[in-house]
Design a binder for this molecule. Structure first.
Ligand code: SF4
Length: 465
């Protein structure tokens, strides 16, 4: 199916607003809702938008999933595991419905956008009341209205590249907020399904982003996280486009204390961006730079468009420009055809770079991607052994790299009470590493200064200054 061109529709948003008003007045509307989120920060933020719309409909959040009258699963399909878990949990709700016959079950997100999934739901999961894809998130009020007025399943999956503006958002945290700066991805890494389910890259207008950031600043938000599948190519699709580096510079000027972003593609990490980071106070000294593999041949098979040396050059430049920068990465092991030697190249790269953290994955074939068709898929026991070796290496190195913070001063944005003690709070330091310090519930959501005194597992321990 051919994707439609980008559609930005303020009138459409007004139409959806009218459905919200209709639902508010409906006696048969659910009283409580629960959103179950799988996957990445983009999905977490989409869930905040779902919650925002539900609250505007006059439906309140339930404390537990099994007590809600309306449960929506915001799914992910990047890994087979997430998909299986989501479908298992949706099926479990069918049991819950025996005690709550009015329960409405909805499913949305990337999984629904997969080819054939809509048909599968209509045939095999007929107890699902509502299902819609990523391109239909902004139409949720209309779809909900239709669901409340029919006994049949409402399943809508469209292939459109939209930029919805002005959706209500119920933010999960008061002190830190997500801002989506762009949607979709053009890269077609051979293992990844995202471009097929999230569409082509499309950037929000810089003025919209700045307005949102200023509004958050005025409401007391201390940290913003800019989101996109590949934030480094922000603006390339805009007329007279603004680069991501230029956007960051503008945001730096808003006075929001802390600015973070993810995810970055090494091939698009420009010198301009590195320069902006080095001259800024508010852009935090941290960078998530997925490498995926240390082997040039595997990187080529992955369609990543950089070599190992080019990646290492970016790391070197970042470290020169922002000394002590916190670096994290994503790595896939067991990509089709990965030899033992190529896996060793990944291990050697990890040893050389010394990341502060690494998200490691076993390659998971996704139907419709090029890698899923490749020959020489790696045996699960080989991939498992490789990931165990990689995790052991990273854990050992991490303990070493984190020692560089001991004795330094850090600034923590506290997220909550520490899991181990009610007399300490924890949050992220400027370099993206978790820090625990003495504190109470009154300190949650504050930026506190501390001196790092040691480390425990993967967390730094500090003393308040
Ligand atoms: S950059 Fe590659 S891995 Fe990331 S979302 Fe796009 S296609 Fe997927």
């Amino acid at each position: 199916m051919k994707r439609e061109e980008r559609v930005v529709q303020p009138e459409e948003m007004k139409r959806q607003e009218a459905f919200i008003e209709e639902i508010r007045e409906m006696p048969q509307k659910p009283k409580s809702y629960y959103v179950v989120t799988y996957g990445c920060q983009m999905n977490a933020h989409d869930s905040e938008k779902l919650a925002g719309m539900l609250q505007r409909m006059g439906i309140t959040e339930a404390e537990e999933r099994d007590k809600a009258d309306f449960v929506i699963f915001n799914t992910c399909c990047v890994r087979e595991n997430a998909e299986r878990r989501a479908l298992g949990n949706v099926t479990w709700l069918k049991e819950v419905r025996k005690n709550n016959p009015g329960l409405i079950i909805a499913v949305c997100g990337c999984m629904i956008q997969e080819p054939g999934m809509a048909e599968k739901i209509l045939k095999q999961y007929r107890f699902i009341n509502l299902a819609f894809g990523t391109a239909n998130l902004h139409c949720f009020p209309e779809l909900m209205y239709r669901t409340l007025n029919t006994d049949r399943s409402v399943v809508v999956v469209e292939d459109r590249d939209v930029i919805p503006e002005g959706l209500p958002i119920a933010r999960a945290r008061k002190e830190a907020a997500y801002i989506t700066i762009m949607y979709g991805c053009n890269n077609y890494c051979s293992y990844c399904i995202v471009p097929y389910v999230r569409g082509r890259e499309r950037s929000r207008q810089p003025e919209q982003i700045l307005r949102e950031a200023e509004g958050l600043r005025d409401s007391g938000v201390k940290e913003i996280m800019l989101l996109g599948q590949n934030v480094n190519s922000y603006g390339k699709d805009l007329e007279g486009g603004m680069s991501f580096a230029a956007l960051l510079k503008e945001l730096d000027g808003t006075g929001i204390p802390r600015i973070r972003f993810m995810t970055s593609h090494p091939k698009d990490l420009s010198d301009e961006l590195i320069d902006v980071m080095s001259g800024s106070r508010h852009i935090l000294p941290q960078f998530h730079l997925p490498v995926q593999s240390g082997s040039d041949r595997i990187l080529k098979m992955m369609n990543r468009h950089y070599t190992r040396d080019q990646y290492l050059d970016r790391v070197r430049k970042l470290r020169e420009a922002v000394p002590g920068i916190g670096l994290s990465t994503d790595i896939i092991v067991g990509f089709p055809g990965e030899t033992e030697e190529e896996f060793r190249e990944t291990m050697a790269l990890v040893e050389k770079v010394r990341y502060d953290s690494a998200f490691t994955f076993i390659y998971s074939p996704r139907v419709g991607t090029r890698a899923a068709e490749m020959e020489s898929q790696i045996a699960p026991e080989v991939a498992t052994r490789r990931i165990q070796e990689l995790i052991a290496l990273q854990e050992g190195l991490q303990q070493e790299t984190m020692k560089r913070f001991v004795g330094t001063e850090e600034e923590v944005l506290t997220e909550g009470l520490s899991r181990r003690s009610s007399e300490s709070v924890s949050g992220k330091g400027r370099h993206g590493i978790s820090i625990t310090i003495a504190g109470t519930v009154q300190d949650v959501g504050e930026i506190l200064r501390c001196r790092v005194t040691g480390l425990k597992n993967n967390t730094l321990v500090g003393e308040r200054i």
